[in-house]
Design a protein around this ligand. Structure first.
Ligand SMILES: O=C(O)CCC(=O)C(=O)O
Ligand SMILES: [Fe+2]
Length: 288
């Protein structure tokens, strides 16, 4: 039996990237609606929903309906004992994300996607930006794409999160991919990721977690990464979201990077994130 996918009411934010989704209450969505959201997520890469009434319980339930939830974070605990899946980014607890990154690429299997809910917002500021890593890859010159296709990079979570593991959690992190995280061993990923659902290629290095490119000099690594970062974050590749309470953002973490503006002084900002379990990234040259 063929099933036609429900038509979502999408308001695209650009020709390829980002969309506002209208007419869906995420806490009460039907299976058909969520299947359509899941498809739109891969297609548009970042989706925004307004006027939502999610709370911690229904956010977690939504995540379970869309995929398999991970722990809040490999080394940062959940928002409370009842919600070990929710990662709270609280400005009062140094929870900032003002560096371009793709979530958790310092683990062998970074999340497939993330679902973020605004909980406390500053009077203004605190917008979040997303970059389309596939559009960025496609718009590189062909010889540069060919070079990037061959490269592998090391990702290391110690600079951002080593402190949490050693000082705040006594060396015992969350269970991630079936094992308790006790160390953040650097991992290697292809510099160009082939999307497992579409086969499209995207730039898969980020300033938050990528430490260097393998098999080239330090100067070459710096130069190549700087070129890729500058290209990835060109305005043509970005959508920027101004938050209101009730907003939820959902992104495909295999084809995007993001950055939260830290421009709201001492005002308070709290966001709750959940992440869907992902697979091991493969590149153009990965043997399967
Ligand atoms: O605070 C934000 O807007 C984004 C934070 C972030 O990087 C994340 O939730 O993964
Ligand atoms: Fe993030």
């Amino acid at each position: 039996m063929t099933q036609t996918l429900l038509q979502l009411d999408l308001d695209p934010l650009g020709p390829y990237f980002g969309a506002n989704v209208r007419g869906i209450a995420l806490a009460r969505a039907t299976d058909a609606e969520l299947a359509a959201v899941r498809a739109a997520l891969v297609e548009r890469k970042v989706l925004f929903f307004t006027g939502q009434d999610l709370d911690p319980d229904t956010q977690v339930e939504l995540g379970r309906r869309l995929g398999e939830l991970t722990a809040s974070h490999p080394v940062i605990g959940g928002v409370d004992d009842d919600h070990p899946e929710i990662y709270a980014l609280d400005s009062a607890d140094d929870g900032f994300a003002d560096v371009w990154h793709t979530d958790v690429t310092f683990m062998p299997r970074p999340p497939l996607g993330s679902i973020l809910r605004a909980v406390v917002l500053p009077p203004s500021g605190g917008d979040t930006n997303w970059a389309d890593s596939q559009a960025a890859y496609d718009s590189l010159a062909e010889p540069v794409r060919r070079l990037a296709d061959q490269l592998t990079a090391v990702h290391d979570g110690n600079r951002e999160f080593g402190y949490y593991l050693t000082q705040r959690r006594g060396g015992k992190g969350s269970v991630w991919d079936g094992e308790v995280v006790t160390r953040l061993d650097p991992v290697e990923h292809p510099v160009v990721r082939v999307h497992p659902e579409t086969g499209r290629k995207g730039i898969f290095v980020n300033p938050g977690f990528t430490s260097h490119i393998v098999g080239v000099s330090e100067a070459e690594s710096r130069g190549i990464l700087d070129l890729l970062y500058a290209h990835l974050t060109r305005p043509e590749h970005i959508v920027r979201h101004r938050w209101h309470l009730g907003d939820v953002a959902m992104w495909d973490n295999r084809s995007t990077a993001h950055y939260a503006n830290r421009d709201y002084g001492a005002a308070h900002r709290v966001m709750h994130r959940i992440t869907l379990r992902g697979d091991r990234p493969s590149g153009p040259a990965t043997k399967v």
